[in-house]
Design a protein around this ligand. Structure first.
Ligand code: C2E
Ligand code: MG
Ligand code: MG
Ligand code: MG
Length: 285
């Protein structure tokens, strides 16, 4: 009884949303209001440079501060927003907020970059290049500071269109990352044909290092092949020292995960930067 209520009742509809359920309608109404009511917040998670152990980039990760259900995960509401045609507004807000925050951050950390996730719907929007350009113009952020994260499936479905979009983005200096690599249909040989910069090894491969030999083999192979194709590799979900040592041993270029920092609200980032530098000093000593 009580199980069907409470703050987690959206979770149930995450994977396969029942379009006719009361919860879905509830979520639809709430989602339509969320942007107007300014209920979305961005958290930022550092991506660490393996060479310097410094913060190279921040990934913007949206949360929904729901008036009654608490802080909701994007896994729950982004797919629904996409399905309802609400992603455009949300995505535009994310992009502008992330770029605005980065410009502010540059006052104290002038080299740090920003990564923003795109859904399939956003990536296939013919207006995407124009929209990104207008946000860069408005915020004054040079394109080379912005990474857009897309997934393999977004490229495969309409390869020619995707290539054109990527070319338009590259012209502005935008950096392109393939997110969750290894979870979709992919072939490194076709990735070679696309103007890509980063490949993010999905957390599912990193999670069971060092217990799972297959995952270690896959991770090592992906790092090595990606680098042969001149792609920089980010390992997602690095949680333990053992995982870090394994990735270091396999020359991974960047790390992201709870071992370094969880995603944090903007106001807490300065502390994260300071702590990271303190850690670095201690390691040197
Ligand atoms: P993602 O882009 O692959 O982001 C990485 C996810 O892994 C984030 O979950 C992050 O909090 C989590 N993570 C990072 N390090 C660790 C770790 O060490 N351990 C564990 N267990 N998890 C870790 P989050 O924030 O819940 O986001 C989930 C997904 O939602 C993202 O996956 C991305 O696909 C999507 N998403 C988030 N924000 C946005 C957004 O603004 N726009 C769009 N289109 N999608 C977004
Ligand atoms: Mg991502
Ligand atoms: Mg990812
Ligand atoms: Mg992921």
């Amino acid at each position: 009884h009580a199980k069907s209520e409470g703050r987690n009742n959206y979770q149930i509809y995450n994977e396969r949303i029942n379009m006719f359920s009361a919860d879905y309608l509830d979520m639809e109404n709430d989602l339509r209001q969320a942007l107007v009511n300014k209920e979305f917040v961005l958290y930022y998670q550092p991506i660490i440079d393996a060479k310097t152990h410094r913060i190279h980039k921040l990934e913007a990760l949206i949360r929904w501060q729901h008036p009654t259900k608490g802080l909701l995960s994007p896994v729950v509401f982004i797919p629904v927003a996409e399905e309802l045609g609400l992603i455009e507004g949300i995505g535009a807000w994310v992009l502008e907020q992330a770029c605005t925050d980065l410009v502010q951050m540059h006052k104290t950390h002038p080299e740090v970059q920003m990564a923003v996730n795109l859904t399939a719907g956003e990536f296939s929007n013919p207006e995407l290049v124009k929209k990104v350009k207008s946000v860069l113009d408005k915020t004054g952020l040079p394109g080379r500071f912005l990474t857009l994260e897309i997934t393999e499936s977004m490229l495969i479905s309409q390869l020619e269109k995707a290539i054109n979009t990527l070319k338009g983005l590259k012209k502005m200096g935008i950096v392109i990352a393939i997110d969750d690599f290894g979870t979709g249909y992919s072939s490194l040989s076709y990735l070679k044909r696309l103007p890509l910069d980063f490949l993010k090894v999905d957390r599912s491969f990193v999670k069971d290092i060092p217990e799972d030999n297959n995952d270690m083999e896959i991770t090592a192979a992906v790092i090595s092949m990606a680098q042969k194709l001149h792609l920089q590799v980010v390992a997602e979900g690095v949680e333990t020292e053992e995982q870090l040592r394994f990735l270091e041993g396999n020359s991974c270029n960047y790390y992201q995960g709870y071992l370094f920092s969880k995603p944090k609200p903007y106001a807490e980032l300065e502390t994260v930067f300071t702590e990271m530098l303190t850690k670095l000093d201690q390691e040197v000593l």
